[in-house]
Design a protein around this ligand. Structure first.
Ligand code: NAD
Length: 482
């Protein structure tokens, strides 16, 4: 194991059929450290034929793995959880260097991955059918659940360990086999997870990983006839494309996409708690979070007070060494993302928005930025910025808050701060979002909950319990006893 870990720091190869293999064309690309864009690793650039090979291996492995016992799958996943715990330092180190995670975020992700593997182990024994009454004398009726086959799992750069674990552990728990296509900006962390699965004893071919450029090879995975379901997390643009490809092939897909999550703060809110939720909910991982509170609606009666405390606490966030537990804000993943964030701030400023704090860069880090005076002509209003930039809007009471909060193409998470139970309940019912929290930040996630969004934020829900439905085929069976 030690040798494998050392090897991986330099070069990442494909994982197919229980072996690390070089890509067919022997091409490699650079995986950059976002702090200074230095080369962190060399990564196998898989192409169409590598995907084909991985899918065939996964399909072959499925023929046996589908008959594995629940207790065996449970044990593989629990062993993997123990291994992730054992190699926690390696995971944290990669999350810091590969995607620029402050150590607090890296530790959160590793802990989540361990919990997720344990939660997934728990569903292996809960893949239940039912007995049903029949309208015919002597007919015994039942339902049974069966695994689908090969599942394609495609992950984003921002929570790469969390998502690689979530999108692979449930398929494995339910008796499916997996081909992982990790973000080209975060392949090494997924590679280490796949090492752990193999070390835990999962049979060859049950978990495969093809690294490469998703925009070039993603379609060959999505459209492969032997891939029976696609679990995707990423941008709404790519998600819609995958949804179209799956829809026309009658293939299951789970789409966890972008967000522009509203945080509503009513007049009677606990302002300090709301400020803390705004700071942590927006600037966690420098705003590169799908559930970030990128729209903050504050009642005009408390707006001035909220804004001054929000600015104060935001300016206290530190941009230090990523290994330092006090550091909250790290670098932005890529030049493409940095340009986008810069463009959104500039566009808002030129169209009349006020920058209360931030808007400046230190190397590849953008200082946490708070805007007001934002209107619907500005990019920052219309699109996901995916950086440390949020806008504060003034509202007059609950009705206006709900009206504005729903004026978005996205509908992932949402939150409200109020002491009024009736207002909280109305918001929970009327907000157009897959997730809603009262007196809590917009960023919340647990492995077993139904996680997901509406509108452009996605299709379907992920989470261990609901994954049993997504990842198994329900069959009605009868036995004629007469
Ligand atoms: P992205 O859409 O650019 O890439 C996501 C993945 O899709 C990558 O692995 C990429 O290689 C792959 N890909 C690209 N084109 C493809 C194609 N044609 N077929 C198949 N795969 C393809 O997203 P990103 O920049 O890595 O991540 C940020 C986005 O992810 C944001 O929009 C964010 O909101 C979203 N996100 C959503 C959730 C959620 O649970 N809803 C969680 C994390 C991130």
């Amino acid at each position: 194991m030690e040798k494998v870990l050392q090897n991986k720091v330099e070069t990442i190869d494909l994982w197919i059929g229980g072996k690390r293999i070089t890509p067919i064309k022997n091409n490699y690309f650079n995986d950059l450290n976002p702090e200074d864009d230095s080369i962190f690793a060399r990564v196998a650039e898989g192409e169409k034929n590598d995907i084909e090979y991985a899918v065939l291996n996964a399909h072959e492995a499925f023929k046996t793995y589908r008959h594995s016992l629940a207790k065996e799958r449970e044990e593989y996943l629990l062993k993997t959880a123990l291994l992730v715990e054992k190699y926690q330092k390696d995971f944290v180190n990669i999350l810091i260097k590969e995607v620029g995670s402050p150590i607090g975020k890296a530790l959160y992700e590793v802990e989540y991955a361990i919990n997720c593997l344990r939660a997934a182990a728990g569903i292996a024994r809960r893949i239940n059918g039912q007995t049903l009454p029949s309208d015919n004398v002597g007919r015994f009726a039942l339902t049974m659940r069966q695994p689908l086959g090969v599942v394609g799992a495609i992950t984003p750069f921002n929570v790469p360990l969390l998502k690689s674990t979530k999108l692979s552990s449930s398929p494995l728990a339910t008796g499916n086999t997996v081909v992982l296509l990790p973000s080209e900006e975060a392949p090494m962390i997924t590679s280490l997870l796949v090492d752990m699965y193999h070390e835990a004893g999962l049979p060859p071919g049950t978990v495969n990983m093809v690294t490469g450029k998703g925009a070039i090879i993603g379609d060959s995975l999505t459209t492969h006839p032997l891939v029976k379901a696609v679990m995707f997390t990423g941008s709404s643009r790519v998600g819609k494309h995958i949804g179209e490809l799956c829809g026309s092939r009658m293939k299951r897909c789970l789409l966890e996409l972008g967000g522009k999550s509203p945080l509503v703060i009513l007049e009677d809110a606990d302002i300090e708690a709301a400020v803390d939720a705004a700071v942590s909910g927006q600037f966690f991982f420098q705003g590169q979070a799908c559930m970030a509170s990128s729209r903050i609606y504050v009642d005009k009666k408390i707006e001035a007070k909220f804004l001054s405390r929000f600015i104060e606490k935001t300016e206290a966030l530190t941009l230090g060494d990523l290994d330092d537990p006090n550091t909250f804000v790290g670098p932005i993943i890529s030049q493409r993302q940095r340009d986008r964030i810069q463009h959104h701030i500039q566009d808002a400023f030129e169209k009349g928005a006020k920058i209360h704090t931030g808007g400046e860069w230190i190397g590849n880090r953008c200082k946490p930025t708070i805007l007001s005076g934002v209107n619907d002509t500005m990019k920052v209003f219309q699109e996901e910025t995916f950086g440390p930039v949020t806008s504060v809007y003034s509202i007059d009471g609950l009705d206006e808050a709900i009206e504005w909060a729903n004026k978005s193409n996205y509908g992932l998470s949402s939150a409200i701060f109020t002491k009024n139970l009736n207002h909280a309940f109305r918001f929970m019912q009327e907000i157009e979002a897959g997730m809603v929290h009262v007196n809590a930040p917009t960023i919340l996630d647990e492995p077993h909950v139904p996680f997901g969004g509406v509108k452009d934020s996605g299709f379907g829900r992920e989470g261990t319990d609901i994954d049993v439905e997504t990842l198994t085929e329900l069959k009605w069976a009868t036995i004629n006893l007469t």
